[in-house]
Design a protein around this ligand. Structure first.
Ligand code: F6P
Length: 517
């Protein structure tokens, strides 16, 4: 990584961390890599950098590991850069209200526009209690980051490498060493403001991995909450988004909900005397690493058994967490309509739907997973025959099998209702052996980079999606390869390390003497 990251340890905060613990049968704690988009993006950065990664303990096993760790610090053993993790042991009830109720059932629903508005949301007194928990949980992160920033400021200069020594324009005041904190996602929107108050010299960036809601939809939130979220993020020096559309929606909300001054030409928002720069940092895939992972024996084994099941038929693939915004049900409905309206594909095509479990603590997610399974069974009943299964649905998380699916796909279907980016749309074309056609929702952040080479669909339009699947299946080999090459090139353009470095560079480019009120 370049100069932007030279210097002190970088502080990262995200709800889900790079590791998760579980209890083996003998009671021992065992460790595995954490899941999710933030973790995949940041893990490769952690292997090159000196990061302190602050995250929440998500389970009882995590809590036990966090309590046992000396000073609460767990080394990231497989990383080269000396990175460490601090898991915060937030009380379980507070965590549950902050994560399940506020972050996943309110902020996620707002940004992905998932509410059935005749009935929900309903913000009553219970929500105020949950909001207080969200604040407490954010405060725990802010305090841990402020403490880390103070430790760093107190580190004697002689213990630093020459690059780490303070430069003349970074005067060595007590808590002033070049601490940079990168705060991730909708779980932690209040952290930047809290951290700025606790450790004013820290350079702070916030990054949203989700879409940002249009202002009229954002206003479903109680006004004080809507303002507190925006004010929280604007405590940062830099606010990052995955595409221009989400950045613009955020700026609209700052202007119209908060009354902040938005300079659209210079991408700056001024609020309470502090200026926050707004940046677009698309996240892509490390093509080299993914290609090498995709060639491992565990992937080859799964390819062989998939290829046997598919035979000489065409293969449509989708890979998702079973998550309301992923639009799996409409995707299956589109496949059903393809088989109804184009009977020539019956017996000639299969859909591999890998729908991995997600957020099962929420009843809506459990119900959604059940609807996916119901519709898959209906399709099987309607069209299946003794020698043809139209659909292979699996809900068992198996990463090498996803990679095998990418390699064998003729068509990749990615049709979210809304999505911050969607890395499946980027991973698939990079690994495709056959030159897959991407059918992509116009509502995915990835559409900004991949749209020219994909078949774009309105995710609510089942007939249009079915027609796109038909068109994809009919496409000539040369057209498919041409499009797939362009998709792969765009998908690998900004690997996670470059994405991360661009945020640090944006932070480092800022005037260090901005006033905070
Ligand atoms: O996909 C958006 C996202 O915010 C990811 O960045 C993040 O990994 C995930 O959602 C959070 O999911 P979970 O609730 O499983 O941690």
């Amino acid at each position: 990584m370049g100069d932007a990251t030279a210097g002190s340890r970088i502080l990262v905060a995200s709800n889900r961390g790079p590791v998760s613990f579980s209890r083996a049968d003998d009671g021992q704690l065992t460790v595995a890599r954490g899941g999710g988009g933030v973790v995949s993006g940041l893990s490769s950065v952690a292997s090159h950098e000196d990061l302190l990664w602050v995250c929440a303990a998500l389970s009882d096993a995590d809590r036990a590991a966090a309590r046992r760790a000396p000073g609460g610090m767990l080394p990231l053993a497989d990383q080269e850069g000396g990175s460490a993790v601090r898991m915060l042991d937030v009380p379980a009830a507070t965590f549950n209200r902050a994560y399940n109720t506020v972050a996943n059932s309110v902020l996620w629903f707002v940004h992905h526009m998932l509410y059935d508005t005749p009935n929900r949301p309903q913000f009553a007194s219970a929500f105020r209690r949950d909001w207080a928990a969200y604040r407490d949980y954010n405060r725990a992160f802010a305090e841990a980051l402020a403490e880390a920033a103070r430790v760093q400021a107190a580190t004697p200069d002689q213990a630093r490498t020459p690059e780490q020594a303070p430069t003349p324009d970074r005067a060595p005041t007590p808590d002033r060493a070049a601490s940079r904190a990168l705060v991730q996602d909708y779980h932690l929107t209040l952290v930047p403001r809290m951290l700025a108050d606790l450790a004013p010299a820290t350079r702070i960036a916030h990054f949203s991995h989700t879409p940002w809601a249009p202002v009229d939809y954002y206003r479903l939130l109680p006004e004080a909450v809507a303002m507190e979220v925006l004010d929280g993020i604007l405590g940062a020096d830099h606010a990052g988004f995955l595409c221009q559309r989400w950045a613009d929606a955020f700026a609209d909300c700052c202007e119209q909900v908060l009354g902040a001054i938005v300079d659209r030409d210079r991408h700056l928002v001024t609020h309470r005397g502090h200026v926050t720069s707004i940046g677009v940092h698309p996240l892509g895939v490390d093509a080299k690493e993914l290609t090498s992972r995709g060639a491992q024996p565990d992937v080859e084994v799964r390819m062989a058994s998939l290829a046997e099941a598919v035979g000489d038929r065409r293969l449509i693939v989708r890979v998702d967490r079973t998550e309301l915004s992923k639009n799996i049900v409409r995707g299956l409905a589109a496949y059903r309509e393809l088989l109804q309206s184009h009977p020539q594909w019956r017996g000639k095509v299969m859909l591999l739907a890998l729908a991995y479990p997600s957020r099962h603590d929420l009843p809506e997610y459990r119900e959604y997973a059940a609807s996916v399974q119901r519709l898959a069974r209906e399709i099987e009943d309607e069209f299946g025959s003794p020698d043809w299964s139209p659909i292979l649905l699996s809900t068992h998380d198996d990463y090498p099998r996803s990679l095998a699916g990418y390699r064998l796909a003729d068509v990749l279907l990615v049709n979210p209702i809304r999505d911050g980016m969607n890395l499946v749309a980027k991973e698939g074309p990079i690994l495709s052996d056959r030159g897959c056609v991407l059918v992509l929702s116009r509502e995915a952040g990835a559409a900004a980079e991949l749209g020219d080479h994909a078949l774009m669909v309105n995710p609510f339009d089942i007939s249009e999606t079915a027609a796109a699947l038909h068109q994809a299946l009919l496409m000539t080999d040369s057209e498919r390869s041409r499009r797939c090459r362009s998709l792969a090139e765009a998908a690998g353009a900004v690997p996670p390390t470059a994405w991360f470095a661009s945020q640090l560079a944006a932070l480092d480019a800022l005037d260090s003497h901005q006033d905070r009120d």
